[in-house]
Design a protein around this ligand. Sequence first.
Ligand code: SF4
Length: 392
Amino acid sequence: MVKTEQQTLPSPSLNGGSSISADKDTNKQSNHSLQLGRVSGGSALLGMTLEELQDVCLQLSMPKFTAKQMAQWIYGKHVHTIDEMTNLSKANREKLGSLFSVGCMAPVETQKSKDGTVKYLFPTENGKFVETVYIPEGDRATLCVSCQVGCKMNCLFCQTGKQGWQGNLTVRDILNQIYTVDQLIAEEGKTPLTNIVYMGQGEPLDNLDNVLKSTTILTADYGWAWSPHRITISTVGLKSHMRRLLDESECHIAVSLHSPIHEQRLQLMPAEKQFPIADIVALLREYDWSHQRRITFEYTMFGGTNDSPLHAKELTKLLKELFCRVNLIRWHRVPDVPLKEVEMDTMEHFRDYLCNHGIPTTIRASRGQDIWAACGLLSTSPRAGRFIPSEQ
Ligand code: SF4
């Protein structure tokens, strides 16, 4: 059923026709030519499936085929106002505009790293904020999106976990990060998005309905028509939802592993108690990973904690004969966390051991550390002391 009630208005600076873009040299927002759709004046169309857009047409006595045209404008051509949907009749545009808006929301802050990484602070429908990170690399560019405000998982090493959980993002909140950044970088002549990773704030499997709906729209013919193999969904491994993710999505999956030893993983990641990594790996073994769909294990390394030859050996045993890859990630110090950063030569030895034992392993380059955009550093908590929106 389509909702038509008036939605809560975010801060006034985000209202109709606002034009905000990244300032290339400073951490501040600046006015720009990009026209971002209004966030007030009715429910958002962004985030609706084709079927839901058809419900809108039915409700407004518009022809059913108009829904497909609307989807093409919103998801294919990335328009930000209903007025831009020029193959809809003027009367239908007015009818639609009286109850709905496209619903794109501009970032309220932008930070640019010296390595080209850009971090955006987006408002959410429920008046909170989340961070999104654009990571260009040669002719590729990855967008790391958030799916929750904060996170319930409380991983020891993660700044988002310290923030606690403050709500799930809606489908619109998730897609807004993607569509708005895509528009901003196009305007600035930056490398277009080639990949999307659900690795920002939050645990995707703890907001699975909205995450799956967002990927459905991204991959649908009426949507962005992206291959699911350009999208990776990361998880600590909530086994209760894992099978649904495996069965209902073709996206790549990244499992946060971080230690092959139960007692230690439990200390690093409380989720291990309910969903031991051994059970997650056993479930993954039931699926065929030898074709295009990929399973990757993320292994954040902490000096003197999970970087020993014993860990490498145990990891090899755990993943034996599973068609997978391992990404080693350098951890960056988070205040009040009793863990140490790892030496690069230790990472290289660890990688070499895994590779020599049949597990393709790479050391993931760390990006955006100077703007707190690297892995484990995202937070929109005022306690984190940065990226605090002025109009909260
Ligand atoms: S590492 Fe991921 S799952 Fe763990 S607390 Fe941080 S955001 Fe949540």
